[in-house]
Design a protein around this ligand. Structure first.
Ligand code: LYS
Length: 250
């Protein structure tokens, strides 16, 4: 038993220390491997076998600029950065807010959009941080929503594996409010015609792509391609298609 445990630890250590593919290696291979959640409309959504959304279209556009094919991987949100550590893909684009804690584990690109965590509730329900006191708030696991809701005194976070599950909990009355992305909130309120209201934005965040810590050659390339997309019209076109506005950080 002891021997098996040691072997497993050794394997995990090996997986963690092996080199990530450098930009040169990726370029030579002709295909870049990108991971996302696929459960976070309108940013990344898996519909049957079709992956779409703002971040998927944006990453596909960046890969096209690079002259590479894309191999997409989807995984639960709270496992995405661990998979990066294990070299299962080259980078992650899944609406990760840049936080000091995450920045210890991975390297972040320049932000690809700016947003914030917002409150949504049924009409007449809580709208502000103060209103949330003593209330049950539905949030997704592993997110900045959970992190920020936990900072509010007297608020009970009810945690779900997916953001869409947290939204359902609000609709079913199992929570008094949902805290999630500002743009997701706008779509949610629209979809539930007259039943929901959007409250305050609790905090702002910058969202970025993540590479394995130390993969500076890939990071440099991603930043260059993002800047190019933001000046050649690709970014504006994709952003407008999903949001009717340009959501880049200003
Ligand atoms: N922006 C939030 C975060 O950084 C949510 C990310 C995606 C949730 N499906 O945690």
């Amino acid at each position: 038993m002891k021997k098996t445990l040691l072997t497993l630890t050794a394997l995990l250590t090996l997986a963690g220390t092996a080199q990530a593919r450098t930009w040169d290696e990726i370029k030579k291979s002709g295909t870049i491997k990108i991971a996302t959640e696929g459960a976070f409309p309108p940013f990344n959504v898996l519909n049957g076998k079709t992956l779409g959304g703002f971040e998927v279209d944006l990453a596909n556009a960046l890969a096209k600029q690079m002259g590479l094919k894309v191999s997409w991987v989807t995984a639960p949100f709270d496992g995405l950065l661990i998979g990066l550590q294990q070299n299962r893909y080259d980078f992650v684009i899944a609406s990760h807010g840049i936080t000091p804690e995450r920045a210890k584990a991975v390297d972040f690109s320049s932000p690809h959009y700016c947003t914030g965590g917002t409150v949504v509730s049924k009409v007449g329900g809580p709208k502000t941080a103060a209103d949330l006191k003593g209330k049950k708030v539905a949030v997704q696991v592993g997110t900045t929503y959970l992190e920020n809701v936990q900072k509010l005194p007297g608020v009970k976070a009810v945690v779900f594996p997916k953001d869409t599950d947290a939204q359902t909990a609000l609709m079913m009355g199992r929570a008094d409010a949902w805290v999630g992305d500002k743009f997701t909130g706008i779509d949610l309120v629209k979809a539930q015609k007259g039943k929901l209201q959007q409250g305050d934005m609790l905090y702002a965040e910058r969202i970025a792509m993540a590479v394995k810590k130390g993969n500076s050659s890939l990071l440099k390339e991603l930043n260059a391609e993002l800047a190019k997309a933001q000046s050649n019209g690709n970014y504006a076109r994709i952003s407008n298609a999903y949001f009717g506005q340009d959501i880049r950080c200003k």
